[in-house]
Design a protein around this ligand. Structure first.
Ligand SMILES: [Zn+2]
Length: 103
């Protein structure tokens, strides 16, 4: 099974953003139990979100590729998306909590 890493999952009457392993489809609930492999399938470096729970990150097709912990990748992503300070992060968390409550 192959699925996109970033998805919207419908549940409880609303859509919520989730990450899904691109190899097995496992929903990732713990950023410390997943990684991002860097691939060069068609030129520029692409990334694949892969779980550790089902050993997808260490599977033969990905084990030799460079990778980083998902939690580190997400922090880099936030930083490069303009959330660079603890205060900006706290504000974003507060707004996400409001969205989660109001859907
Ligand atoms: Zn997996």
């Amino acid at each position: 099974m192959s699925a996109a890493g970033f998805v919207m999952v419908r549940g409880g009457g609303r859509n919520t953003p989730r990450l899904v392993c691109e190899r097995c489809g496992e929903v990732i609930d713990d950023a410390g139990m997943a990684g991002v492999a860097h691939t060069r399938e068609d030129g520029p470096v692409a990334v694949r979100v892969l779980c550790k729970v089902n050993h997808c990150l260490s599977s033969p097709e990905f084990r030799c590729l460079p990778w980083m912990e998902l939690r580190h990748f997400l922090v880099y992503l936030l930083h490069n998306s303009g959330i660079k300070t603890v205060e900006q992060f706290a504000e974003a968390v507060e707004q996400a909590d409001m969205l989660a409550l109001t859907g």
